[in-house]
Design a protein around this ligand. Structure first.
Ligand SMILES: NC(=O)c1ccc[n+]([C@@H]2O[C@H](COP(=O)([O-])OP(=O)(O)OC[C@H]3O[C@@H](n4cnc5c(N)ncnc54)[C@H](OP(=O)(O)O)[C@@H]3O)[C@@H](O)[C@H]2O)c1
Length: 326
């Protein structure tokens, strides 16, 4: 009978979460009963949005939820066979039993790693693709700025913009990640916002102004981008991570929205489900040809999950932050 270790929240954080606000708990899972499967998680996705769960949605002393992929290791369900790979939102644990609800069988295109389902070919990549193309209405030849451009969504969004024929500026918080943006992602300009003033840096890097700003950060990055937006520019707001731990992230350039008739819109992937087929086709092609890199930072073992989550707010990841289990 498998024993599963899982992550519980034991105290609600204010500000940046601390590792002592989480704990690892061992539970006996039991074998699959009739109609059930037993899933062994292989990789867990660690996402900034989980910070909101910690404020109240996630009950204390229960398993945290999160996206993951796992393998069916026992099946008493006609819907799944042992060895099937499934994606789901029941992560932050090593094993669990399920009646199949919420499990989606995935097949990995030949030549690509399993983790691509949590990265460029999964929700991360789809968010970047649809946010940029549908919400941002991206057109070839445009001037694009992506913040947190070396992170999971940002690294895909910035490379998609480059592949669609745009001039792309990316911002990040370390010299190593700025070098990755220039040398590997092949962006036209990379800004390290910790070494320079973001407002001046965006202005200098965008002499022709910005047509699209893909916002992952909010606050000072949004303020800087708004100051440079061209007439009828678009700002797909993917996230505003600079404010997730309660920092004051006031934006003083909002009047640009009216003056330059800028469209600013938040979104999630439910807004463009019709793009799934072209997304999967184009993304698979770019990944196979090597035109787009699905970068990842992998920590080993469930005990690393709290550090991985906290690390997102400290910029410890290049590409997608994952925890490998087993
Ligand atoms: N709308 C949606 O459906 C959706 C879906 C997924 C994600 N999101 C949002 O998209 C954004 C990126 O998510 P992700 O999963 O791709 O995470 P990520 O970018 O892989 O990780 C977060 C990154 O944000 C940067 N960061 C953290 N605090 C910052 C701050 N105060 N100022 C500037 N940069 C900061 C760090 O990179 P640096 O080292 O470069 O600072 C860090 O690596 C988040 O805002 C998230 O909430 C939205």
């Amino acid at each position: 009978m498998p024993v599963s270790r899982e992550i519980h929240l034991v105290a609600r954080p204010t500000g940046l979460p601390r590792e002592d606000q989480f704990t690892v708990v061992e539970v006996a899972v039991g074998d699959a009963a009739d109609g059930e499967v037993l899933v062994q998680n292989l990789y867990m996705s660690v996402d900034p949005v989980m910070r909101f769960q910690l404020n109240g949605m996630a009950p204390l002393n229960e398993t945290l939820r999160g996206a993951a992929i796992g393998r069916i290791v026992q099946s008493k369900s006609p819907a799944f066979a042992v060895g099937d790979i499934v994606s789901h939102y029941l992560g932050f644990r090593e094993y669990f039993r399920s009646d199949g609800e919420g499990l989606t069988r995935v097949s990995t295109p030949e030549g690509l790693p399993l983790t691509v389902h949590l990265n460029a070919l999964g929700m991360t990549g789809f968010t970047a693709y649809g946010g940029l193309l549908r919400i941002g209405q991206l057109k070839p030849g445009e001037q694009v700025f992506v913040s947190a451009a070396a992170g999971a969504v940002g690294s895909v969004a910035s490379q998609v913009a480059r592949l669609k024929g745009c001039r792309v500026i990316g911002s990040t918080g370390s010299p190593e990640k700025a070098a990755w943006l220039r040398d590997v992602a092949r962006l036209d300009a990379a800004i390290n916002y910790r070494e320079t003033r973001i407002g001046e840096a965006v202005r200098d890097a965008a002499p022709e102004g910005l047509d699209v700003y893909f916002d992952n950060v909010g606050g000072d990055h949004l303020e800087a981008a708004l100051a440079c937006m061209n007439l009828l520019g678009r700002i797909p707001v993917c996230g505003m991570i600079s404010g997730y731990n309660g920092a004051d992230v006031a934006v003083r350039t909002l009047s640009a929205i009216v003056q330059r008739r800028v469209m600013l819109r938040g979104f999630n992937l439910m807004d463009f489900q019709d793009l799934r087929e072209p997304f999967e086709r184009e993304m698979t092609g770019w990944l196979r040809s090597g035109d787009l890199r699905s970068e990842e930072t992998v920590l080993q073992g469930i005990g690393q999950a709290p550090a991985a989550l906290i690390g997102l707010f400290e910029g410890r990841n290049l590409g997608k932050m994952l925890v490998r289990l087993g």
